[in-house]
Every structure is written in structure tokens, then in C-alpha cells.
Design a binder for this molecule. Structure first.
Ligand code: MRU
Length: 367
């Protein structure tokens, strides 16, 4: 995606073969700051502090984190240490483990002196595949938007609702939930996006609104509680969200609040789709409510809100009494029965084991 005319990915390898560039997402939307990851700890901190976030981007960063570590020391001990450090950064997103497992499986059989270059090349490849995958997700999702457009009057706005940021900032490029939206916008379909602010960290307000705005996609920011009202009044044609981990039975774990949006969509017959690369599917687990680990984050994310004051200074404000106890679950699980369909790189399927088997027979039978 372009920012002020310059093409950016959310992560990129520098030419020195040992440094990785990222956009520091904790500084958006008010400052566009890039950073360099030079050590394993830099990569781990970037993920745990959410300078990079979104399941696919976390996976890509983890792969580069392994490559950075192996450049310093290609031993089996370092590989296992780097795996553990990266794996401990965030517990819910599947792509983290997926990327780490891919790296270790590939590196294990290689002589030590080849590991660093190979890990670096694999991280590049994971990024390349992510872009390709998200483009494919976009073209399958575009068919859904086209079908809605066909039912509406010519030129009539197609209203989509999304939660959190499953945009290009959450992936290497295109995004998952936003890819169909960008592609619809590109071919001139009159899309408009309701952007959930997505408390507590406001990824909708600070990231999705930022990237849609930069790309010229019409959108409106809404508070998280607005979606149900909009749906009751026929103001949402389609919900599309991303996911951090989807089970083999189609239960969808995504940013906290996704479940409530799915309930409202179900009650109002609004189609509720989830866009995901197959690397987000946890083929080993069926019951998302029981078996997906839900990250709990620091309570300050709830009690303190960062922003910009009237003088243009970036600051944070406390929104509750200083001593208020806070609970901060970062994700929830939407049961498959509330999901109209999964938009994957291979097409759209039912959110069920049978549905996933139609597109990924090799995975379902192997699990
Ligand atoms: O806590 P975050 O910002 O990493 O959570 C991100 C989300 O929940 C996204 O919706 C999800 O990762 C899908 S991203 C393509």
C-alpha cells in the first residue's frame, strides 16, 4: 500500500541481511515512525509491545526474529532458545507458532553454516506468500461484495462493518478483511466501511481508519456498541472481520468484541464473514471456546487511552479512578454457527469441518 506516494509493506528486510524494518504501529495514527529490529529481543519486544500486531504480521516478524538470532549463532541451542523467546510473546494468534514451526522444520536438516541465509530466505518467502494469499482472499471476498452490489440499485452504497484492524498493517500487505474492500474500491464499487473503534487499544480508530483514509476508501468511525443499532436499521450489508486463530471446526477467535458483533449480525440476518489465510487455522483444535488460549493484557490498556490533545501533543489520559481494578481479555471466540462463511486463499467455505475439508482436504485428513 502507498503512503504519500511511497510503497510500503508493514515489514521489510534491509539490504544488510541482518536488520528488519517495521512501522511502529503504537505511534499511529498521529506519527508515522519506522524502526529497525537488530536483535532477537528487538523482534520479541516489537511483538509483545504491539509495535507490530495482527496474526499474519506477528508470524512474519517471528520468522525474521529467528533469522536475526541464527545470523548471530546458528546452533541448535540458539534455534530452540529463539523459538521459546518468540513463542512466549503473544499466546493467541496461530500464525506465530505456524511461522516458528516452519522455520525450525526447515532449519533442522541444514548444516549450521547454511541456517542464517536459509532462515532469512524463508522469512522473505513467508512475506511473499502472505501478500499473494491476501490478494487471493481479496478476490474471493470481492465476489461476495459484487453479489451484494448486484442486488442493490446502481451506484447504491454497499455498507461493510469491520472490527479491529485486519488491514494491511496486520499483514504484510492488503490485509485479510480489508483486501476484498480495497479490491472493491479499486474497481469502482461504492463501498463504505463502518469502522469499530475496538477498545481497549483502538486498533479500528488508530489503524483501520488511518489506512482506509490513506487509501481513499469511504469510512466512518463508530464506537464498539453501535454495530447492533446499525444492523437493526438495515445500515450494514456485510460484516467482514479477521481472525487470530480459527479452529478446524470453524470457531473463530478474534479481537474482543467480535462475538457480540456476530450475535447482532445473526439476529438481523446480516452476513458475517471471516477472512483468513489457512496459516491461521489451528487444525489440532475443534472447540475454540475451550481450547484457544485467550491473551490477557495489562489493565493500563483499559484505564489509559493514548491520543493527541488540542495542542497537537501526543499524550495519554486516565479514564477511571486510579485504583479501579481492571480486567483486559484481548480476544473472544465466535462459535462457527454464527459465522456465515470463511474467506480463504482457496475460496469461500462454510465455517465447519466439512466446509474447510472442501478447500483443504490435505489438512483435515491429516489432523
Ligand atoms: O491484538 P491484535 O491487534 O494483534 O489483534 C489483531 C486482530 O484481532 C485482527 O483482527 C486479527 O489478527 C486478524 S489480522 C489479519
Amino acid at each position: 500500500m502507498k503512503i504519500d506516494g511511497t510503497l510500503y509493506h508493514s515489514i521489510w528486510p534491509e539490504d544488510d541481511g541482518r536488520t528488519v524494518g517495521i512501522i511502529d504501529q503504537t505511534r499511529l495514527p498521529h506519527s508515522f515512525v519506522t524502526r529497525h529490529l537488530r536483535t532477537l529481543d528487538d523482534a520479541a519486544t516489537a511483538i509483545s509491545d504491539m509495535q507490530v500486531r495482527g496474526a499474519p504480521l506477528i508470524g512474519a516478524t517471528a520468522a525474521y526474529g529467528m533469522a536475526i538470532a541464527l545470523r548471530k549463532d546458528p546452533s541448535a541451542q540458539m534455534m530452540s532458545h529463539a523459538y521459546d523467546v518468540m513463542h512466549a510473546t503473544r499466546p493467541t494468534g496461530m500464525n506465530l507458532k505456524w511461522a516458528l514451526d516452519e522455520t525450525v522444520q526447515t532449519m533442522r536438516s541444514l548444516p549450521e553454516d547454511q541456517r542464517a541465509d536459509a532462515a532469512w530466505a524463508l522469512a522473505d518467502e513467508i512475506c511473499r506468500r502472505d501478500i499473494e494469499t491476501n490478494q487471493a482472499i481479496g478476490s474471493h471476498g470481492l465476489d461476495l461484495i459484487k453479489a451484494i452490489a448486484a442486488k442493490k440499485g446502481p451506484g447504491e452504497t454497499i455498507n461493510l462493518l469491520t472490527h479491529c484492524n485486519a488491514g494491511w498493517l496486520a499483514t504484510v500487505d492488503w490485509g485479510t478483511a480489508t483486501s476484498p474492500i480495497y479490491q472493491a474500491h479499486e474497481i469502482g464499487l461504492p463501498v463504505h466501511v463502518w469502522v469499530d473503534e475496538t477498545r481497549p487499544r483502538n486498533q479500528g480508530a488508530s489503524l483501520t481508519a488511518w489506512e482506509l483514509g490513506r487509501h481513499g476508501v469511504p469510512h466512518s468511525l463508530i464506537v464498539d456498541n453501535t454495530g447492533g443499532h446499525l444492523m437493526q436499521h438495515g445500515m450494514v450489508d456485510l460484516c467482514i472481520v479477521g481472525t487470530d486463530r480459527t479452529t478446524a471446526s470453524g470457531d473463530v477467535c478474534n479481537k474482543i468484541g467480535t462475538y457480540l458483533k456476530a450475535l447482532a449480525a445473526h439476529d438481523n440476518d446480516v452476513p458475517f464473514y471471516v477472512a483468513l489465510p489457512s496459516s491461521t487455522v489451528d487444525w489440532t483444535v475443534d472447540d475454540g471456546i475451550r481450547d484457544v488460549p485467550i491473551e490477557q493484557r495489562d489493565g493500563t490498556e483499559v484505564s489509559w487511552i493514548p491520543g493527541k490533545d488540542a495542542e497537537g501533543r501526543e499524550t495519554s489520559v486516565l479514564i477511571c479512578p486510579e485504583s479501579t481494578p481492571v480486567v483486559n481479555y484481548a480476544f473472544d471466540v465466535t462459535p462457527a454457527r454464527l459465522v456465515t462463511g470463511l474467506i480463504t486463499e482457496r475460496g469461500v467455505c462454510d465455517a465447519s469441518k466439512a466446509g474447510l475439508a472442501t478447500l483443504f482436504p490435505e489438512k483435515v485428513t491429516a489432523a
